[in-house]
Design a protein around this ligand. Structure first.
Ligand SMILES: C[S@@+](CC[C@H](N)C(=O)[O-])C[C@H]1O[C@@H](n2cnc3c(N)ncnc32)[C@H](O)[C@@H]1O
Length: 268
């Protein structure tokens, strides 16, 4: 298996995550760096949160975006109006590009959904020229995403299977402290730096928070949509109570922290 990402629809993804990855993209670009005239590869572009932010940050020569999901590729192609942007279906673990072609390869919220994430890092390094940059961001599901932890911690009290789901969710590839640094170093990248990037996920109401998960989007959506109806009713109600936390339903804001790592391809 080359992708563990659960895709239902592009609009559902926008509601679940695209609206937040759009906020994270400029922070990631700032961390990764960008210069006029460069060729950039966006690995795992999804609906294009990073792809479409890139031309606002520099006067780039070429932006190539790939994703494993044909649903997302089709949506991103439809949304594109910039002739410098090329979007295609491809696997991060077998990038269909020549060695040293790009100035930077960037992956926003992707590597934790690639079961063989090491292979994707190796491929990103291969297609970047000496002196160029490889950079990636993954959510810190264990310690940095309290809104989503709230769902799985609540479910784990009511459903013994949720324990395993939580274990997998908290420790997806590249999420452990220092894991990306070690991987980047193992692939020969140098001058490696890691930081935490933070945004806030602001919801209008419980329905705004729960609707995309309830509709089956993403890893939590996959879990809740497989529940027996009676169990589902219990878990929906318990998560709503956790969201409300003893106050009337309404807006809530959750911090969301991601690990970001960048390294340079050594000059030969
Ligand atoms: C959480 S989404 C992030 C999408 C986008 N970068 C964003 O930030 O909104 C994860 C993406 O990784 C893609 N993905 C997972 N495994 C992949 C692989 N092996 N090759 C290419 N894309 C992959 C999924 O299809 C999905 O679009």
């Amino acid at each position: 298996m080359t992708s563990s990402f659960n895709v239902q629809s592009a609009t559902g993804y926008e509601q679940l995550m695209g609206r937040w990855s759009k906020q994270l993209a400029p922070l990631f670009i700032n961390f990764s760096g960008l210069a006029d005239g460069e060729r950039i590869l966006d690995v795992g572009c999804g609906t294009g949160s990073l792809t479409f932010a890139l031309p606002h940050a520099a006067d780039l020569r070429e932006i190539t975006a790939i994703d494993f999901s044909p649903v997302f590729v089709e949506a991103a192609i439809k949304a594109n109006t910039d002739p410098r942007i090329r979007i295609q279906q491809a696997d991060a673990c077998a990038l269909p590009f020549a060695d040293d072609y790009f100035d930077r390869a960037l992956a926003l919220l992707v590597l934790h959904f690639v079961p063989k994430a090491e292979k994707a890092v190796a491929e990103m390094r291969r297609v970047v020229r000496p002196g160029g940059v490889v950079a990636a961001v993954v959510w810190d599901h264990f310690g940095g995403l309290p809104g989503m932890r709230m769902v799985l911690d609540t479910a784990a009290m009511l459903d013994e299977n949720a324990d395993q789901v939580r274990a997998r969710y908290c420790f997806q590839p590249m999420m452990r402290p220092g894991e990306m640094i070690q991987s980047f170093a193992a692939h020969g990248l140098v001058d490696i730096e890691q930081t935490s990037l933070m945004i806030r996920m602001d919801y209008q109401s419980f329905a705004d928070f729960w609707q995309p998960i309830s509709a089956g989007e993403g890893p939590l959506g996959k879990y809740v949509s497989a529940l027996e109806p009676a169990q589902r009713v219990k878990i929906d109600a318990a998560v709503k109570a956790a969201y409300e936390a003893g106050q009337p339903d309404g807006p809530r804001s959750f911090a969301a922290v991601a690990w970001a790592c960048r390294g340079i391809v050594p000059e030969v």
